[in-house]
Write a protein that binds this ligand. Sequence first.
Ligand SMILES: C[S@@+](CC[C@H](N)C(=O)[O-])C[C@H]1O[C@@H](n2cnc3c(N)ncnc32)[C@H](O)[C@@H]1O
Length: 193
Amino acid sequence: MNQHVADRLRFLRAFVANPRQVGAVLPTSRFAVRDMLDLGDVPGAGLVVELGAGTGSQTAEVLARMKPDARLVALEIDRNLAKLLQERFDDPRLQVVCDSAENLHDHLGGQKVDVLVCALPFTSLEPGLRRRILEELPRVLAPRGVALVIQYSPLIQPELRRLFGSVQRRISIWNVPPAFLFACALEAPAEDR
Ligand SMILES: C[S@@+](CC[C@H](N)C(=O)[O-])C[C@H]1O[C@@H](n2cnc3c(N)ncnc32)[C@H](O)[C@@H]1O
């Protein structure tokens, strides 16, 4: 069985075991991953964070774009998926952490995040947990950093607008289902101020 098919099965198994936590039956397509990462400056980043890394669809592309001395901290709450990520990527720039995204701050050693890539299924998470994670995002971001959030509905948009000075949205159609991509920054662009 090739890796692509094996990943889909692993992902589906994780979904069946915990549907609200995984929130999707398929990993993000490589087209949507590229569309998402094109919204941020990964090559210029010193610290990149990934929340809900799953089987690593974003991880691989982030590592491919990152500079040699940058660092990627990838959080994944599912123990089996975190183990898979650990085994799959033999890259000293990557630190896989099996923990909940609400504890992100504890894993950054005080460094601020330049690009945050978030694939958490916010609409199916318990409301208290969703709020705690969302409020953590602007807190850990560097002043000129960007949080890239992928969702399967626009429902989270008002919450992102409340937390960030600027939220840009685009849709990536080459994904099942089509994905809403949000690029969130702390400050509004100069022309909007
Ligand atoms: C929609 S999947 C995205 C997986 C992968 N990034 C992708 O795009 O294919 C969401 C992932 O978030 C993980 N997750 C859910 N809640 C989490 C939490 N509180 N902290 C960290 N990871 C979490 C799930 O286990 C799952 O792997």
